[in-house]
Design a protein around this ligand. Structure first.
Ligand SMILES: [Zn+2]
Length: 92
């Protein structure tokens, strides 16, 4: 399928890029941040599909909004997980 670049088809820039937002999933509340491609400098393993998120790939990072209770010694930020945007959106 041919892709024609068009000024009318630019992807919209999310207004909340780079800012933390709150998401509620079946396992609780999460704080979610969007990582733009130019800030993604490392390889991460996505917990949704167990595949690598390559450097330069825009993705999201999520961590529990409140301590889970299972591991109270750890700060919630230590439970950060990097997700493919699509895998995160598919998570319930
Ligand atoms: Zn994934």
């Amino acid at each position: 399928m041919a892709k024609r670049p068009s000024k009318h088809l630019r992807p919209p820039r999310p207004l909340n890029a780079g800012h933390a937002t709150r998401a509620v999933k079946s396992d609780g509340s999460w704080v979610v941040r969007t990582i733009p491609g130019n800030r993604a400098l490392k390889h991460y393993t996505c917990p949704g599909c167990h595949r690598t998120i390559a450097p330069g790939t825009p993705h999201v990072v999520a961590w529990p909004a409140a301590p889970t209770g299972f591991n109270q010694a750890a700060s919630p930020a230590d439970e950060r997980r990097h997700w493919h945007s699509g895998c995160w959106n598919r998570k319930h």
